[in-house]
Design a protein around this ligand. Structure first.
Ligand SMILES: [Zn+2]
Length: 143
């Protein structure tokens, strides 16, 4: 799965935890395993490769995510959520260097051994990204 949905789910988990627990540190600590673990679960959704549309549907949404986090006044929450939601890809894709140069930085599969999953269409992959952008913008406005 692309980084934008992972980040958004990580954010939702952290925001719910912050709403439940009055202590910020406790909320972060309780949310951490769920936000990190959500990556493994979400990767059972097999997205269609965006190819040339990856900028519009994953890179740009990541920029918007951080801008929304900045203007919400909760940048740390957005940053931590992004890292936790994408941690398994950050590790297996060597800080995404595997995406840039897979020969020099070969991807590992420590957290990506999924044999089965739910296939999605290109439209479904793009729609997921758009829904996630709407969701994290709403979150940035209400927290
Ligand atoms: Zn992954």
């Amino acid at each position: 799965m692309y980084s934008n949905p992972h980040a958004t789910v990580g954010l939702v988990i952290n925001v719910v935890s912050q709403a439940i627990f009055q202590d910020t540190l406790t909320a972060y600590l309780v949310a951490m395993p769920f936000a990190i673990g959500s990556h493994y679960v979400l990767d059972f959704v097999k997205e269609t490769h965006l190819k040339d549309d990856v900028f519009v549907y994953d890179v740009l949404p990541s920029w918007i995510y951080y801008i929304a986090g900045f203007f919400s006044g909760n940048f740390l929450l957005f940053l931590v959520s992004w890292i936790e939601g994408n941690l398994f890809d950050i590790i297996d894709k060597k800080f995404y260097l595997s995406v840039v140069n897979s020969k020099k930085f070969p991807a590992t599969h420590y957290f990506h051994k999924h044999k089965t999953g739910i296939e999605t269409t290109l439209f479904g992959t793009k729609l997921t990204s758009v829904v996630c952008v709407i969701l994290f913008i709403i979150i940035s406005l209400i927290i």
